[in-house]
Design a protein around this ligand. Structure first.
Ligand code: GRF
Length: 203
């Protein structure tokens, strides 16, 4: 499967996907990395790995639809089958999301549905959570709202700060994201929007 990655910054999850895809038995190939920030450090990592890169600033388009149409053209030029959001900090519009529905996934640093949005580690600590983690999920129009593919748990430890907790979660992210993409690429997971299914569930 041909996979494009969307980033905005550091790109450590992107790097984990690139590394995984180097293994000969991995069922996906990273065909391009697109950033909405030209200065994203992740772009340099991708370039060092000889992966095509592009950056598009939303501010240089008249509106979000035109920005997202330009992103789609880049992704299509790479013949991407799947899109992985990896620290991509823009909320995507419905047309773009629906264009990639079932073929676009995201990693979020919480045990969804807890702590959608930003500052997840700080909020988990403020709540006195004893467990935290990360989730890979299909992207749907609602923010951090789509069906989960995999999640990983970590303990919250005494003395944790948002930074120490983020580090513990990030180590799990780097393991979880390549595994979730693998399952998607081999067809072991498929998108169903359970909330909109007409058939009923026994439980
Ligand atoms: C990660 O914690 C990811 O879960 C969140 O943003 C962060 C991105 O980090 N969506 P990186 O750019 O992958 O290093």
């Amino acid at each position: 499967a041909r996979v494009a990655i969307l980033i905005s910054g550091r790109g450590s999850n992107m790097a984990a996907l690139i590394d995984a895809a180097k293994r000969p038995d991995y069922p996906a190939e990273i065909v391009g990395v697109l950033s909405n920030r030209a200065a994203a450090p992740g772009l340099d990592i991708a370039a060092r790995n000889a992966i095509p890169t592009a950056s598009l600033a939303q501010s240089s388009f008249a509106d979000r639809d035109l920005f997202e149409a330009a992103m789609t053209r880049v992704l299509e030029s790479w013949k991407a089958d799947y899109v992985c959001l990896a620290g991509f900090m823009r909320i995507l519009g419905e047309d773009f999301v629906n264009r990639w529905l079932g073929r676009m996934i995201n990693i979020h640093p919480s045990l969804l549905p807890a702590y959608k949005g930003l500052d997840t580690h700080k909020r988990a600590l403020a709540d006195g959570a004893t467990e935290h983690g990360c989730t890979v999920h299909f992207v749907t129009p609602g923010l951090d709202d789509g069906p989960a593919i995999l999640s990983a748990r970590v303990p919250v430890l005494p003395g944790d700060t948002p930074a120490s907790l983020a580090d513990r979660v990030l180590a799990e992210e780097h393991r979880l994201y390549p595994e979730a993409l693998r399952l998607l690429a081999i067809g072991k997971v498929r998108f169903h929007d359970h909330r909109h299914r007409s058939d009923s569930h026994p439980n």
